[in-house]
Design a protein around this ligand. Sequence first.
Ligand code: 13P
Ligand code: SF4
Length: 324
Amino acid sequence: MTDMCKLEEKNMSAIDLVSEINRLRRERKAVILAHNYQLPEVQDIADFVGDSLGLSQQAAKTQAEVIVFCGVHFMAETASILSPTKTVLIPDLGAGCSLAQSITAEELMKWKVEHPGATVVSYVNTTAEVKALSDYCCTSGNAVKVVESIPREQEILFLPDRYLGQYVETVAKRPLHIWGGACHVHAKILDEEMETARLAHPDADILVHPECGCSTTCMLKSLHQTSGQKMFIYSTEGMLKHVEKSDAKEFLIATEVGIIHRLHKQFPDRRFYPLSPNAVCEYMKMITLPKVYETLRDMKFEVKVEASLAAKARLPVERMITIV
Ligand code: 13P
Ligand code: SF4
């Protein structure tokens, strides 16, 4: 039985649900943060919708006592690291991330032993244990700046996403040791699909997330603008900022499809085409409106990073939110 069916059984309409969420969020002094890949109805009730960087910044500065994190587990952990005195809740504990699972703390420890003295830069899509072993964290929105802030002669281990690593290496013009991880959703967005979509929408600006399998080819095309079409690599929030300043009427979007809702809402006069309509993150979609309601009602499920682990992970995460 779906969450919506269960609610219907209890005679609770979608309108009741939203008003109950609103009542409970006031009562609990809670803020609802939602990632750009969340379901449309979840984005619509959130106090703030954004990318990993924006959500971390919000989690760090909020005055609310409770943070309901509508995103995946590593995002809620990051909020707990930044705001240890707040209650961080996630509506479904099963909302994981294939990319965060692509490196363990044990694997990172071994890698560090092979490169003594190297600086570790971890993408925010990692577990708290991996963050605690890192010198810097970054998001797709500031990965280049974070690497550029480290002295050029310093050896860097970059993890876990290989496509983001190749992007940073090319733009920052310095060699990195790159872990071979990938996101199972973005890695499937490949060059062939890009070529077909590009030919179907020749006037569209093409906006590509650096985790995509096609990002290396796209990046080279974007750096030299050799495709005859405007191509850019961005984090999800970067895509929204690009649309705001672009004169283009059409955009091809290479990332998880959830962002299309926000793009349509914010720019109703433009047209957006998902490059890969099948790019759906099942983890992000685990968060539903009924689950948000139950989270606020029952104050579940708490994500709390243990104090000594959080203390070790805090410096790299704080560096991430300040280097922008
Ligand atoms: P952003 O940092 O661009 O929001 O991306 C997060 C993510 O999980 C991409 O798959
Ligand atoms: Fe993780 Fe990929 Fe889902 Fe982003 S889209 S949360 S990287 S599995």
